[in-house]
Design a binder for this molecule. Structure first.
Ligand code: AHM
Ligand code: MG
Length: 344
């Protein structure tokens, strides 16, 4: 049976949500609409990956005589160039840029801050595995700062996000987003022939417990005993709790998260001793963990750093890394009980 509302365009969906909020000015709608265009451009380019080498001469210059860029840098530029002129942002932060991205002085500034990972899982580009774009949107607290925001204006806990979501460039392109406050998590699939995102996953709810665990288990010797005990738990046979779980690890956070969101399960990137400079694991709080944590929470799931909610962490740096346990609520709470030492 077709669900009510299935098939409406994302623009219609955003407008409907805007109408339900009497204080909405349309600024946010403009922002999301432009982000969708960026997502479409990146999707088109991702789908061509590999073709340039076939059609171009050297792999550096394509058939249009344009310089060929690495896709993650291309995605970064597309988002910056499309978003900087819309007048709704005061600054941006990207996984690819060490500093805040300022809005050029000749463009109007707005009250929103956009943080993003332009192409997550980019090591999977060359092998046709799903990759994605992750984004989180905040409002600047002191609008007097919008002309010249500082890093302090940007370093807000994830709980302050006004919207978050991701694009996944896979067997189809899907955009999943939430504006929080009980509005739900909705997924829209890009119909390439019409160039529109249509509602395909209405009000996504993550199962409270899953059967999947996702982790890069080759790092077992870099983990502490609590982490080892947790992963061992998922692998141990126990009929009553339907264990062992099954292992699935794509190596693109967006893809692993999306699968677990729909099917239930837990994604983990624990703290490890692989690189002494990154004892908190690899994933970034502001551009990866926080946006997905907001999506998980709004879908009935949970995200933790092993000790408490990701969304409550007060960030200290734009590129701060954080251990991440995210997905079905019961599974993540269980992980927390192992990592915080309440259970062994
Ligand atoms: P990226 O943003 O540079 O692509 O790195 C993040 C990616 C995640 O998508 C994925 O979950 C993780 O790195 C995989 O890392 P590892 O190869 O250490 O398991
Ligand atoms: Mg990433």
């Amino acid at each position: 049976m077709q669900q009510k509302g299935i098939g409406i365009t994302i623009t219609q969906h955003i407008l409907n949500q805007q109408r339900e909020n009497p204080e909405a000015t349309g600024a946010f709608t403009t922002l999301l609409t432009e982000l969708l265009v960026a997502g479409k451009v990146i999707s088109r380019e991702v789908n061509k990956a590999g073709l340039v080498d076939i059609l171009g001469d050297t792999g550096k210059i394509n058939v249009q005589d344009e310089e060929v860029q690495k896709l993650d840098l291309f995605a970064n530029q597309v988002i910056i160039q499309r978003m900087q002129h819309i007048g709704q942002l005061c600054c941006m932060g990207s996984e690819e840029d060490p500093e805040l991205i300022r809005i050029p002085s000749d463009y109007p500034k707005g009250n929103y801050i956009l943080l993003f990972d332009p192409l997550d899982g980019s090591s999977n580009i060359d092998v046709n595995i799903s990759i994605g774009t992750i984004f989180g949107i905040y409002r600047i607290k002191d609008s007097d700062h919008k002309g010249n925001p500082t890093i302090k204006d940007v370093l807000q806990p994830g709980i302050e996000q006004v919207a978050a979501g991701y694009f996944i460039y896979g067997s189809s392109t899907i955009m999943v987003y939430t504006t929080g406050k009980g509005t739900g998590v909705h997924g829209f699939t890009l119909f390439p022939s019409v160039g529109e995102f249509l509602l395909s996953h209405k009000d996504i709810r993550i199962p409270s417990r899953g059967k999947i665990y996702s982790v890069n288990e080759s790092y077992v010797h870099y983990w502490d005993n609590k982490t080892k005990a947790l992963i061992e738990y998922f692998k141990t046979r126990d009929k009553e709790t339907s264990r062992p779980y099954t292992a699935r690890y794509v190596g693109s956070l967006v893809a692993d998260f999306h699968r677990n969101l729909l099917k239930g399960g837990i994604f983990m990137y624990p703290a490890d001793q692989k690189d002494p400079k990154k004892p908190t694991g690899k994933l970034r709080l502001m551009v990866e963990a926080n946006p997905l944590a907001m999506v998980a929470r709004e879908a009935g799931g949970y995200a933790s750093d092993g000790h408490g909610p990701i969304l409550d962490i007060s960030p200290t740096a734009l590129h701060q890394r954080v251990p991440l346990y995210i997905g079905s609520k019961e599974d993540v709470l269980l992980a927390e009980s192992f990592i915080s030492g309440k259970r062994s």
